[in-house]
Structures are given as structure tokens and as C-alpha cells.
Design a protein around this ligand. Structure first.
Ligand code: ATP
Length: 304
């Protein structure tokens, strides 16, 4: 797979008055990736996406798409990008096909391409029904079909599954997964839902209060995940002191001791404590779930 960088931001920043909504964000998205842009509501995802699409000017920093900036290359860039940002508006009394046809005339793309995009989003059968009869999930897929009409190399989807039921979410997920492999399309998808991103993304960026908290692969996110040992013991302060003598740094929280980055087995820690007269009622080694890591990174404000 080629490693061409399609999206690159450098110190990307947006201020609205005193408020900093996007705070020095450095993003890189390479060809073939499904990049999950994750963050709780209000984290700065849409503002970032608007700047990536040239819809909003950064206060500071810059954006390069396909290695070009918007200054002299706006049309060139936008010709190669498809986007679905916020709920698309349609002619409700026209069919899905007719809506696509209107856009295809503006873009100057062939009728054959309409059939292709309908096939990709699995709306071929419903193509000749009026949009007002479509479910929300079908409308979102029609929005993706519209974004795909111009055969983009990069597809940007801002919270495409918002408001959809589980089967609608499933359809969108299946559709997105196929795009890089089957059609060579690189995808940026934003969401506040970790579980959803975990199922489709190859790479993730986690944003909170405008700051990028993590940028890398899902494995990398899990890889940061070291076991934590939890201990319940009769005399917390003394046990903490004793463990420090054993070169184990424990934190006291909620009537328990927590030790991070432990190299020795929990059974050996337990034994040391018991031999030295401590009454241990609970000792366990835990690995954080991806959800816990996400919640830690986003200050436990993430709506999951
Ligand atoms: N045009 C604007 N004027 C003032 N503040 C804005 C504007 N657009 C966004 N903001 C603020 O910037 C912050 C980030 O908003 P943004 O919409 O980018 O977040 P988000 O991560 O996309 O969240 P959501 O999932 O709720 O859309 C919010 O506090 C929002 O109120």
C-alpha cells in the first residue's frame, strides 16, 4: 500500500473570540487508511473538518490536502474530495436517482457513475422511490452516494451515523469498510462513539477540548495500555510505605492502592504484603479496556 500523505495539518488552530476550539492539531492521514476522528461532543471535530474542506479559515497553522494548500489549489483539491458534513438536504419529492442526477449534471459526471454509486451504497433497488419514503439510514447512504459521485480519492464523513438505529449504523459501517480496498478511497470518519470507530478504523485521532490527545493505530492505543494492580489492604499508608521500599510506587485512591507498570507477578506482591503482616482482602491485575483508555484521554466526558 502506498504511504502517500493525503491530509496533513500543522499546528492547526481555530479561535472563536476567546474560545479556542481547535488547538494546534497535527494530523496525518495516509492513503488507504480509514481514519477515525474521535471525540466527545464539542471537542472540535466539525471545526477541524470544516478547515480540512476549506470551508473555514484557520486562525493559525495550515492544512495540506494531497500535499497542496487551499490558497492556489482550491478547485483542484475539492475535485478530489467527497464530503458529508451535517445532514444533507434533498428534494424530498424526487427519487434518490433524480437527486443524484441533478448533482451529476452540475459535476458533469456520467449516468453510469450514478448507477455505480447507487450500487456502492446499496440503494439500487430503492433508487426510484421518492426520498421522503427513505429511512434516515437510506438518506445518509444517499448522502454518501452524492459525496462519491465525483469519484473522490478522499471521503470525509462527519458523524455519518448520528441518529441512526443499529441496522442503519451497521449498513454504513459495512459500506465504509469496503471503500479503501474495493475503490481505493481513503476515509476520514468522525464520531463520538468509540465502539463504532473501533469496528471500522485502521487509525484514530482522539480530540478533546480542541487538543489532539492521541494519534496512531488502534493497536498503538491498546499498546499504551499497561496493567494496573489494585490492592485492598488493612493499613493503606503503611502498605504504601512498605511497597515503596520494594521499589513499587503505589497511589492511594478510593480505599485502595494502585500500582502502574508492574513488572512482577501480583502473587509475589501479595505474598510480600502478607508475610510482612498486612491483611490483603483484594489484589488483582487489570488491563484497561479501550473504552477506559478513551474515557481517560477525554476526561470521562465522552458520550458513549
Ligand atoms: N461558528 C462558531 N462560533 C463560535 N463557536 C463555535 C463555532 N463553531 C463551533 N464553535 C465552538 O467550538 C467548539 C467545537 O465545536 P465542534 O462543532 O467543532 O465540535 P464537535 O467535536 O464537532 O462536536 P459535535 O459532535 O457536538 O458536533 C464548541 O465549543 C463550539 O461551541
Amino acid at each position: 500500500m502506498s504511504s502517500e500523505v493525503l491530509v496533513s495539518t500543522n499546528g492547526l488552530t481555530k479561535r472563536f473570540g476567546d474560545q479556542i476550539s481547535v488547538d494546534h492539531v497535527d494530523l496525518q492521514i495516509k492513503q488507504g487508511q480509514i481514519f477515525g476522528f474521535l471525540g466527545p461532543n464539542g471537542a472540535g471535530k466539525t471545526t477541524t473538518i470544516r478547515m480540512l474542506l476549506g470551508l473555514m479559515k484557520p486562525t493559525e497553522g495550515d492544512v495540506q490536502i494531497f500535499g497542496k494548500s487551499f490558497d492556489n489549489n482550491r478547485i483542484d483539491i475539492l475535485r478530489r474530495v467527497g464530503a458529508l458534513v451535517e445532514a444533507p438536504s434533498y428534494y424530498r419529492n424526487l427519487t434518490g436517482y433524480e437527486n443524484l442526477k441533478l448533482s451529476s449534471e452540475i459535476l458533469g459526471v456520467s449516468k453510469q457513475r450514478i448507477d455505480e454509486v447507487l450500487e456502492i451504497v446499496r440503494l439500487t433497488e430503492a433508487a426510484h422511490r421518492q426520498v421522503k419514503q427513505y429511512s434516515l439510514g437510506m438518506k445518509q447512504r444517499l448522502g454518501i452516494a452524492l459525496a462519491l459521485l465525483g469519484s473522490p480519492e478522499l471521503l470525509i464523513l462527519d458523524e455519518p451515523t448520528n441518529g441512526l438505529d443499529p441496522s442503519g449504523i451497521h449498513e454504513i459501517r459495512q459500506l465504509i469498510k469496503r471503500l479503501p480496498q474495493d475503490f481505493g478511497i481513503t476515509v476520514l470518519i468522525s464520531s463520538h462513539n468509540l465502539a463504532e470507530i473501533e469496528m471500522v478504523a485502521t487509525h484514530v485521532g482522539i480530540i478533546q477540548s480542541g487538543k489532539l490527545k492521541f494519534h496512531g493505530t488502534l493497536e498503538g492505543l491498546r499498546g499504551d495500555n499497561k496493567p494496573i494492580v489494585e490492592i485492598k489492604v488493612n493499613n493503606l499508608a503503611k502498605a504504601k510505605e512498605f511497597l515503596a521500599q520494594q521499589k513499587l510506587h503505589a497511589e492511594v485512591k478510593d480505599d485502595m492502592l494502585f500500582i502502574e507498570d508492574v513488572k512482577e507477578p501480583v502473587s509475589s506482591i501479595n505474598k510480600k504484603l502478607v508475610i510482612n503482616g498486612f491483611e490483603v482482602s483484594h489484589v488483582v491485575s487489570k488491563v484497561q479496556t479501550l473504552e477506559e483508555i478513551f474515557l481517560d484521554l477525554t476526561g470521562r466526558e465522552g458520550a458513549l
